[in-house]
Design a protein around this ligand. Structure first.
Ligand SMILES: *Cc1c(COP(=O)(O)O)cnc(C)c1O
Length: 397
């Protein structure tokens, strides 16, 4: 089979909800992936931020192999060893509380929204303030929380009760808070929105407001969590704790798993029967996620993420000085954005043709998120390809 054969199957049988490029990946190892024709690529956006430890991390692969020989799935009405151990692990690494497991980021967000509504039910509060340029997933409630027009159009009527403020603009938040407001939800670093970092002052003020008004502060860490920013969770950069936190993407470094983490302050809101997921937290995926936590610890990957993040920043700053179309380099750890004054797609395409996979979001922000296992020489190699691609583009403008 060739790429063109697979493309034909797509045309015949896959609903065209994604803009695909003609690249069929069949194998991955660490920072590298190979296409069906055997061409090698450096993957600096592995699995849309899912493969945080790189592709097929040996610890994750072993965990999946071992667990698949014991039991793959059990009902959530029975006790599950790996789910219990993973929940303990998440709580020990984050804040005192409890965990609900699901299968994706949108489901974790949906769980947070349902939780907030239940929390506010008695006092008649249900409104949630989110930020412009947010991304919270594709269920009906999550697209409404996301608020970006391109994700909403044609799907109306949308669920009620969402309002949008400007990130890092406290007044725009306080203006939207009324007697019906129950929660504020944000990504500490907006991923899809263009690697926009919530400032420390802003987040601390949001925490104060939520405390004063008995509202919930919800951090969507689906993309920023699991070590991506150099700390296990991005909230740990701020010296505050959210009441709710959503996780997914790299929690399982390749297996579909999501989680809603709820602090002890509010944990007894959902009672048996009020929320559920058939697959949520099954033995296979929770065993894989335990291996992810082990690998981050044993291989000192938080330290590597900080060091390689700094190293990557230096490279990107060098490029910013060289190319006038680069406006800004931002982000934490290995979650980097490069804002351009020109569309980013031609650069992404050029990089791919030369064996480097990166992403462009919001039309003009290159998103660069190599796995936490990345090494200096791989960054050097990737930045060489990026520089070359930018040179080519610079010659055409
Ligand atoms: C990707 C993402 C989601 C949605 O996750 P899915 O697994 O695609 O449902 C939600 N929130 C954030 C911050 C994300 O980056």
């Amino acid at each position: 089979m060739k790429t063109s054969d697979i493309q034909k199957l797509y045309e015949a049988y896959i609903l065209p909800t994604y803009t695909t490029v003609p690249l069929c990946l069949v194998k991955g190892k660490g920072v590298k992936v190979w296409d069906i024709e055997g061409k090698e690529y450096l993957d600096f956006f592995p699995g849309w931020a899912v493969s945080g430890l790189g592709h097929c991390h040996p610890k994750v692969v072993t965990a999946i192999k071992e667990q698949s020989q014991k039991i793959l799935h059990i009902s959530n009405n029975f006790l599950n060893v790996t789910q219990a151990r993973l929940a303990e692990r998440i709580i020990k690494e984050s804040f005192p509380g409890k965990v609900f497991f699901c299968n994706s980021g949108a489901e974790a967000v949906e769980g947070a929204i349902k939780f907030a509504r239940k929390f506010g039910h008695e006092s008649g509060r249900y409104e949630i303030v989110t930020m412009k340029n947010a991304f919270h997933g594709r269920t009906l409630a999550a697209i409404t929380a996301t608020g970006q027009k391109k994700y909403l159009e044609g799907f109306e009527p949308l669920p009620e009760g969402f309002k949008q403020a400007e990130m890092n603009d406290l007044e725009s938040v306080t203006k939207l808070i009324g007697p019906k407001t129950i929660a504020i939800m944000l990504e500490p670093i907006q991923g899809e929105g263009g690697i926009n970092v919530a400032s420390g002052d802003f987040v601390k003020e949001l925490r104060k407001i939520c405390d004063q008004k008995n509202m919930l502060l919800i951090f969507d860490e689906v993309q920023s969590g699991m070590g991506r920013t150099g700390k296990m969770f991005a909230f740990q950069h701020y010296g505050i704790q959210p009441d709710l936190m959503t996780l997914a993407k790299s929690l399982g470094s390749g297996v579909p798993i999501g989680a809603l983490v709820v602090s002890n302050k509010v944990k007894n809101v959902l009672t048996p029967g009020t929320h559920a997921s058939t697959f949520g937290g099954n033995p296979l995926v929770t065993r894989a996620a335990l291996a992810v936590f082990d690998a981050i610890k044993n291989e000192k990957l938080l330290k590597n993420t900080q060091d390689m993040g700094d190293y990557l920043s230096r490279h990107l700053e060098r490029l910013r000085h060289k190319f006038s179309f680069i406006k800004e380099v931002r982000g934490w750890g290995l979650m980097k954005g490069v804002e351009l004054a020109i569309p980013g797609k031609p650069i992404v395409d050029e990089c791919r043709a030369s064996g480097l996979l990166i992403n462009c979001t919001q039309d003009r922000v290159l998103r660069i998120m190599p796995p936490m296992t990345v090494k200096k020489k791989q960054i050097d190699h990737a930045m060489g390809i990026l520089e070359h691609a930018m040179e080519k583009i610079a010659n055409t403008i």
